[in-house]
Design a protein around this ligand. Sequence first.
Ligand code: PMV
Length: 349
Amino acid sequence: MTAAGAPPTPAPTSLGASRARVCTAVAGTNIALVKYWGKRDPALNLPATGSVSLTLRELGTRTTVRFVEGAGADSVRLGDVPTDDRVAARVRQFLDRVRQQAGITSRAEVTTENSVPTAAGLASSASGFAALALAATRAAGLTLPPPALSALARLGSGSAARSIFGGFVEMARGTRPDGSDAFAHPLDEATTWDVRLVVAVTAVGEKALGSTAAMERTARTSPFYPAWITANESDIGAARDAILARDLERLGTVMERSALRMHATAMAADPAVIYWNGATMSAMHAVLELRAAGTPAYFTIDAGPHVKVLCRSGDAPKLAELLAAIPGVSRTMIAAPGPGAHVVEEEAA
Ligand code: PMV
């Protein structure tokens, strides 16, 4: 596997005993307030536009990586079970990039636990690749500065670049062909802004169409795609200003329109990309009605049917109750802004 765009490779060695580590890292997932939807370079996973997100405390991934001298292959487990071949291949490809950067050849044991349902539009790939990027680099003896870690996480999943940082985060589109300027930076990392994201789970199981395939189809066939790109750029500045001013109404307005424009663009693809179900629509209407009655609450939806609602912390319980009562909503969760990816345990192997 090649690692296009990676820095020059040192001569491969096996992992020296003094550098050998086991590392466990935790990352919160993040929800985009201004969406990323489309790639300017699929091989390097470079986004066509920037994005703005909120990293969450309660929903995330815990990953342990151990490089093992003499092991024949990487092993990748989700909880107690080996992951399916598609996920394992993505993780191996990512580990190859880490090995190349660290100049090592050892295979790895990777164990991951998600507190978010996997691949269901609840952003498990964001926290997953952020935790993996941190745990794997540290286990390989590398300590990358946060921007380089963010760029590395991006190679696993575009949204993962943002979960390296906590709180409100902006991801740069970058302009360099090698992607070296396409990484995230914090806007308000340890935010004390008292907001919550209420998540309404509206389906079980994995989504039908992964975000990479759906973005590719949207860019290739949706007549709205060029307009989406133009509109998104101006939404980033508006969201940034609203966050810095702690203006929930302004941020929520930008957030909702970004989500609706992303989905409208995807729905106009051929064949259409439709992630919503009936409960998605009902939840959106419930939020609009609540807002009309005076509660500031704003929804967003990712590549799946679930609805996430930004509100004041004091309004979160009543919002969760309202959403839980909608037929088709199986579960609700309340999440607060959380920290960026961090190491929780590290030891010499
Ligand atoms: O990180 P990816 O490549 O799975 O894409 C994420 C796309 C959205 O969640 C829909 C939007 C975003 O910016 O996170």
